[in-house]
Design a protein around this ligand. Structure first.
Ligand SMILES: Cc1cc2nc3c(=O)[nH]c(=O)nc-3n(C[C@H](O)[C@H](O)[C@H](O)COP(=O)(O)OP(=O)(O)OC[C@H]3O[C@@H](n4cnc5c(N)ncnc54)[C@H](O)[C@@H]3O)c2cc1C
Length: 287
């Protein structure tokens, strides 16, 4: 199918983009187009105006700031996958970006687009939730910074309003003795996740868990923090038994769908398996 007719705008500054979003009828931001254009072709979305933000200068970068890693919203998945800083310090984002679709998708799709699309089966949102990312949003009412907990509101719904643009994602720096990992479970390479798990783990310098964040994908309407497993692990020795027991906890808020990729019961079982594997992956990477 072809999309319904729409007006196309290609602003070159953020203020121009915000002005268009605020004034044009049923306007939507277009970034890499890897999700939005597919929806438009299927006629599941029919915005009257598209505001293409890809010509905005200075929104594609990965750099270390004081206390966090800053990633511009227009940074493509491929750039995250290949970034040495990301690989060295926030390896779960390398894991997640490298598992998105295929190379063509990773060359076009952006981290901001993936976050704003907020598909619960997508890879970066789950990894960003585990990383406790903050989201910088700019609009006619100014600039605000929203935590992961308040950013992902529902399936395909975030805190970004129709007249706002997500400009940057900030990942807090990790304390010493931290390791991270993200594992996606899918039937074929490049498919969306049946379930997925991202972990950020900090030890006391030995084998005790000082702090941990675990996020699950594809089992609720948003990426879900697995707080029961987190609480179980904190202060405990990270041996095989403890990791298995933590992974077997019940995740509050899990409400996985049953579909052609897997039943609800299968997904609930796979949460245990992939939490365990992701914890072990993160533990093996503790520096
Ligand atoms: C065949 C195929 C396979 C895929 N496989 C996977 C996969 O395995 N894992 C996965 O995670 N994803 C997958 N994707 C989705 C891919 O990651 C997309 O790149 C991503 O979901 C959207 O990014 P985009 O830049 O293309 O955004 P777009 O499609 O341009 O936009 C998506 C949505 O976000 C909004 N938006 C975009 N940027 C901003 C911004 N800066 N501020 C405000 N709103 C914004 C748009 O208005 C739109 O609503 C796949 C896509 C395809 C087509």
């Amino acid at each position: 199918m072809t999309p319904k007719k729409f007006d196309y705008y290609s602003p070159t500054s953020l203020s121009e983009a915000l002005d268009l979003l605020g004034t044009k009828e049923e306007a939507k931001v277009l970034a890499g187009g890897q999700s939005l254009l597919a929806l438009m072709k299927l006629r599941l979305a029919a915005p009257k105006s598209l505001v293409d933000i890809t010509k905005l200068e200075g929104m594609s970068y990965i750099r270390e700031e004081n206390g966090y890693l800053a990633i511009g919203a227009l940074t493509i998945h491929d750039m995250i996958e290949l970034s040495p800083i990301v690989k060295e310090k926030y390896t779960l984002l390398t894991d997640a970006a490298s598992k998105i679709g295929d190379q063509q998708i990773r060359n076009r799709g952006t981290v901001g687009g993936s976050a704003c699309h907020a598909d619960p089966a997508a890879d970066l949102p789950t990894a960003l939730m585990a990383a406790d990312a903050n989201f910088v949003i700019q609009g006619p009412r100014g600039r605000r910074v929203v935590s992961s907990k308040d950013f992902f509101l529902d399936i395909f719904t975030t805190a970004v309003q129709h007249d706002e643009v997500l400009t940057e994602i900030q990942i807090p720096s990790l304390p010493p003795h931290s390791g991270t990992g993200y594992i996606k479970h899918s039937r074929r390479e490049g498919d969306f996740a049946i379930t997925s798990c991202g972990v950020v783990l900090t030890t006391d310098g030995g084998s005790t868990c000082k702090d941990v964040r675990i996020a699950l994908g594809s089992i609720a309407s948003t990426p879900l923090r697995f707080t029961n497993a987190e609480n179980y692990l904190k202060g405990k020795k990270l041996d095989d038994k403890t990791i298995v027991e933590a992974s077997n906890q019940k995740p509050d808020g899990a409400d996985p769908p049953s579909d052609m990729h897997g039943s609800r019961d299968y997904r609930m079982e796979m949460i245990k398996v992939f939490t365990k594997r992701s914890l072990k992956l993160a533990l093996g990477r503790v520096k």
